[in-house]
Write a new protein. Structure first.
Length: 584
């Protein structure tokens, strides 16, 4: 072994003269290796020639399954590659012990361009399928563990090699790999390899080949890039192919209707930002137009989402996107449990028309739900397009666009919530002056109608508010006049009722109406959405009376200690019973 490492050809000859079969022995290294493999590994050309001349098998494998040609290919030693190929070395040998890698893949992994060229010229196959998974290095899976050298080229980003293959016609731009019959351009898109994708497009690759696997069918490169969240690829395609005035509906390069994710939707509908033809302020974001449209947008989204018309909601999202709205803000309305939760929150225990649907939330309630869904997306606006693989210019333009829209939506949301708070603050006054009779009876039906249909309180909270009015009024009636502060005696009846209601609100930790509706949820998704909507609105009700309640935090966002405790949920609005029902 030392003679091989030091390149002592004279000593090698003496040893072989004495022991002619010595070249067949495995040398004692970390893994058994033949003298020929060791000589190739150490780039000892003269010794390699001597060993071959003395009868060493050109494809004698080491214990790790590699042949001398694999060692030469990985090292990029072209002279040795030529020598071994000239002596009959197999360019298509597969190392079954090393993840079924071929000789060519060893050269690809090392990005040995000249060696790769020579191997292909000497018959190395680009379509040989290697079926062993590679858990740590090499070619990661896309659609499964099988791969070919072509996939390996894309995975390693070996742009120079694919360029040579295309120029010499060794690989066609519409080439499909033999592993899964996947178009090579789809593999480049799935891996986010823009240079190789662009090379294939430059050479005429089709952008719309049909490819089906694992129950999914891909019909264009855009759908592949979207499926694998390669938004940088989408940006590149838009910049390359779409003009500012192109009609999205009649686009031939891509299919607009195939888009599924909000980010891809936004990139497509704001293609003038992506392509650099415009800036956010001039991209249809005239503040006056959007400010006028935002309330109508909320109302339409709420009506479609609450009545579970998924197709109309999808069409509405497309139409809104074409007007310039970012679809991300309305994504919460598309929650799969939105309609089911709306039915729970829209129930009416005082329903008089027995032929009408039993659980149809009113317009004000729907508006509250939509406003909450949109408001939850606004804090994410600033980071919405970060870490997506976009260019700096595109990321900045798209971020500016959503920030402008978030400001417009925030203004509209503030208006809705301010109006809600003003309504709730009048509850003691209208209760005392309109809905409590001289016989001290509360007109619950009409008060409920105002709370839900006009103000937008959800059914459980409207019933809780009515109960609060009744409890507070009874307390007020039975307070003895003697001993009351003069300031309290001087208050009008509505102000007295408000003072008592504020005290009751501050004391209430368990809201039984909320607990009951939590038990009606059919899934954890419904339970989380219910909790979020109810706790948020109840907190706003309390705030209108100057009572502060903690913000409810979804379980997945809580710290470990907080997630295991029910005390936080209790103090929010529903005490231990509601918290335990949510946990259940």
């Amino acid at each position: 072994m030392q003679a091989v490492v030091k390149g002592d050809l004279s000593l090698i000859r003496q040893l072989l003269d004495r022991w002619p079969l010595l070249h067949e022995r495995l040398l004692p290294v970390e893994y058994g290796i033949t003298p020929l493999c060791m000589a190739v590994r150490k780039s000892q050309v003269a010794i390699v020639r001597e060993l071959l001349a003395r009868g060493a098998a050109v494809d004698a494998v080491a214990e790790n399954g590699s042949t001398p040609l694999m060692f030469a290919a990985q090292a990029g030693h072209l002279e040795l590659v030529d020598l071994l190929l000239g002596m009959g070395g197999d360019p298509n040998w597969i190392n079954e012990k090393m993840f079924s890698m071929s000789v060519l893949e060893f050269a690809i992994r090392g990005k040995r361009l000249e060696v790769c060229k020579r191997l292909v010229e000497k018959g190395a196959r680009l379509d040989v399928v290697n079926s062993s998974p590679h858990p740590k290095r090499g070619a990661p899976d896309i659609w499964g563990p099988r791969r070919t050298p072509l996939e390996h080229i894309v995975f390693t980003g070996f742009t120079e090699f694919i360029k040579w293959l295309l120029e010499t016609k060794k690989c066609m731009p519409d080439q499909r790999t033999s592993a899964y019959d996947a178009p090579l351009i789809y593999i480049a898109a799935a891996r986010g390899n823009l240079p190789i994708a662009n090379l294939l497009i430059d050479h005429g690759a089709c952008l719309n080949p049909t490819f089906s696997i694992n129950g999914e069918t891909y019909r264009n490169i855009l759908s592949v890039a979207e499926a694998f969240k390669q938004f940088g690829v989408i940006e590149s395609l838009i910049t390359r192919f779409w003009k500012k005035d192109q009609d999205l509906e009649n686009a031939t390069t891509f299919r607009f209707s195939a888009i599924k994710t909000n980010m891809a939707f936004d990139l497509l509908t704001h293609q003038s930002l992506v392509s650099g033809d415009s800036n956010a302020a001039a991209n249809g974001l005239q503040q006056a137009f959007f400010a006028e449209q935002v309330h109508k947008l909320f109302e339409e989204a709420g009506e479609l989402a609450c009545f579970s018309d998924r197709q109309k909601l999808s069409n509405f999202a497309i139409d809104s996107a074409k007007q310039g709205w970012s679809t991300t803000f309305l994504s919460g309305v598309g929650h799969p449990d939105f309609a089911a939760v709306a039915r729970l929150l829209g129930k009416n225990p005082f329903k008089s028309d027995r032929n009408a649907p039993h659980a149809t939330p009113g317009a004000a309630q729907r508006l509250e739900m939509v406003v909450h869904a949109v408001a939850s997306r606004i804090p994410r606006a600033k980071s919405m397009f970060k870490n997506l693989g976009l260019t700096v210019k595109c990321e900045a333009a798209m971020t500016q666009m959503v920030m402008l829209q978030s400001e417009i939506m925030s203004t509209a949301i503030t208006q809705v919530r301010t109006r809600f708070a003003l309504h709730v603050a009048t509850l003691p006054d209208i209760a005392m002056n309109r809905f409590i009779s001289l016989s001290h009876q509360v007109n619950e039906r009409d008060l409920y109608r105002v709370l839900t249909k006009e103000w937008g309180l959800y059914d459980p909270l409207a019933r809780a508010a009515i109960r609060m009015v009744k409890v507070s009024y009874e307390k007020l009636r039975h307070i003895p006049e003697s001993g009351l502060p003069e300031s309290f005696k001087a208050m009008p009846p509505a102000a007295r009722l408000k003072a008592v209601m504020t005290q009751v609100l501050d004391e209430w930790d368990k809201i039984e109406e909320m607990v009951a509706v939590f038990h009606q949820s059919k899934s954890l998704g419904q339970l989380d959405l219910l909790s979020d909507l109810l706790f948020t609105q109840w907190r706003h009700v309390c705030a209108a009376f100057g009572v502060q309640k903690p913000v409810w935090v979804p379980p997945e966002q809580r710290a470990p200690a907080e997630a295991t405790s029910t005390s936080s949920a209790s103090s929010s609005a529903a005490s231990s019973d509601s918290a335990s029902s949510k946990t259940t």
